[in-house]
Design a protein around this ligand. Structure first.
Ligand code: SF4
Ligand code: SF4
Length: 390
């Protein structure tokens, strides 16, 4: 919750926001307008929802919650484009378009991810690894447990961020029912958005919620310490880790796990200027609204990796891969999903196509949007768990 009582209207949040960067006097005016009218053209246009402002507010007033309230009010009134509705009921969305990138084997795999055998623990691969970055889950590191994913098992992060807790609760209860039917007690996730929903949001809003969750990074570190995993091929590179925004909503201990994993795999960890809970956003959330701003933000982050002297940047979020990997590569910094590095460290040779897939996905999306402007112009609402066109 935003704490209006403690907010001193100092403007720090909006002046130091990497996306808005308002001059301090304008920032003070804008925060007052936001508090009094619950509207803000600046927030609607350029806020990425990254929650960085929560980490710099001197009075811990949670300004990101105020911006969330403003965005939710707007979405509930005006709806959102179908691209963002990651649901089988939605018309074309980011994931169903991603499916067009490759067919055949991908469709077969998708059937497996949406019909996994019953098991207590599963690798929860989320949507984008089911539809777009599908290479990333083809590894012997994941042979021990079933994989679950696809839109059927989407974590509901999109519902939560676009329409709020009431709708997220409906999605979470349905998901819980499905996981209970599968006998799932623990999910090992590949996506920080899924981490946030499973570990941070649902336990707070669904009383009977009982699914444990662990990031794939924590899982690999644990396997190593138990002596069940050996990294024989040391990664002799200087690597920096890009901390994803959704982790800000979790226990701070999670920030140690990628650094520890990189070290035990033989990498030298080098740090960017903004790290852990004060990490900078990759720019992905504004990609479709303000391409120029998204590029500027991604370039800024890639420059931080360059200044850190990194040979490579490691990600644990496909949204960050989508927004930032090509900017890093343009600066001669190799971009990896962190599990690709783990594959290399156990002697596998991953296809390592994340930048190629990103470029093809951007091209395909551009094509689909220009062929069908309704993808961004037609607006939809989610109400009581159902999607309605406005
Ligand atoms: S939310 Fe925090 S940073 Fe923003 S104006 Fe209020 S006190 Fe200042
Ligand atoms: S949530 Fe992120 S983008 Fe939005 S105002 Fe806060 S710091 Fe800026």
């Amino acid at each position: 919750m935003f704490n209006e009582g403690t907010c001193e209207r100092c403007g720090t949040c909006l002046s130091q926001c990497p996306f808005l960067q308002l001059p301090i006097e304008k920032a003070k005016e804008e925060i007052s307008r936001m508090i009094e009218t619950k509207t803000s053209a600046e927030i609607i246009r350029n806020c990425a929802g990254c929650s960085y402002c929560n980490t710099i507010c001197p009075t811990q007033s949670n300004p990101a919650e105020l911006r969330k309230e403003i965005k939710l009010r707007k979405n509930r009134k005006e709806g959102v484009g179908s691209l963002l509705l990651i649901s089988e009921e939605a018309p074309l969305n980011l994931m169903s378009i991603g499916l067009e990138l490759e067919t055949g084997e991908k469709m077969e795999n998708l059937k497996k991810y949406t019909n996994p055998p019953k098991n207590k623990s599963m690798f929860y691969i989320g949507c984008s690894l089911s539809y777009i970055y599908t290479d990333l889950v083809k590894t012997k590191l994941l042979e021990s447990l079933p994989l679950v994913g696809g839109m059927k098992y989407c974590c509901g992060g999109y519902v939560h961020s676009l329409f709020g807790e009431e709708e997220a609760k409906i999605k979470g209860e349905k998901l819980l029912e499905e996981f209970n039917e599968l006998g799932v007690e623990k999910l090992i996730s590949f996506c920080p958005g899924c981490d946030l929903m499973i570990r941070g949001v649902y336990p707070k809003i669904i009383e009977e919620y009982n699914i444990e969750s662990q990031s794939i990074i924590e899982y690999l570190v644990e396997k190593y310490h138990k002596g069940e995993l050996e990294f024989t091929n040391k990664i002799g590179q200087r690597i920096t880790f890009h901390d994803p925004c959704p982790w800000r909503g979790l226990n701070r201990k999670i920030y140690e796990s990628p650094r520890e994993l990189l070290e035990i795999m033989g990498a030298e960890v080098v740090e960017m200027k903004h790290i852990r809970e004060k990490s900078l956003c990759c720019g992905a959330p504004v990609s479709f609204r303000n391409r120029e701003l998204a590029e500027r933000i991604a370039n800024k982050r890639a420059s931080e990796a360059e200044e850190a002297g990194a040979d490579a940047i490691a990600f644990i979020c496909t949204g960050c891969v989508f927004a930032l990997s090509k900017n890093a590569v343009e600066k001669n910094i190799e971009a990896y999903y962190i599990t690709e590095l783990a594959q290399m460290a156990v002697g596998e040779q991953p296809p390592h196509r994340i930048v190629e897939v990103t470029n093809r996905a951007i091209e395909l999306l551009g094509k689909r949007i220009s062929q069908n402007l309704g993808l961004i112009k037609d607006k939809y609402l989610i109400k009581s768990g159902k999607i309605y066109r406005l």
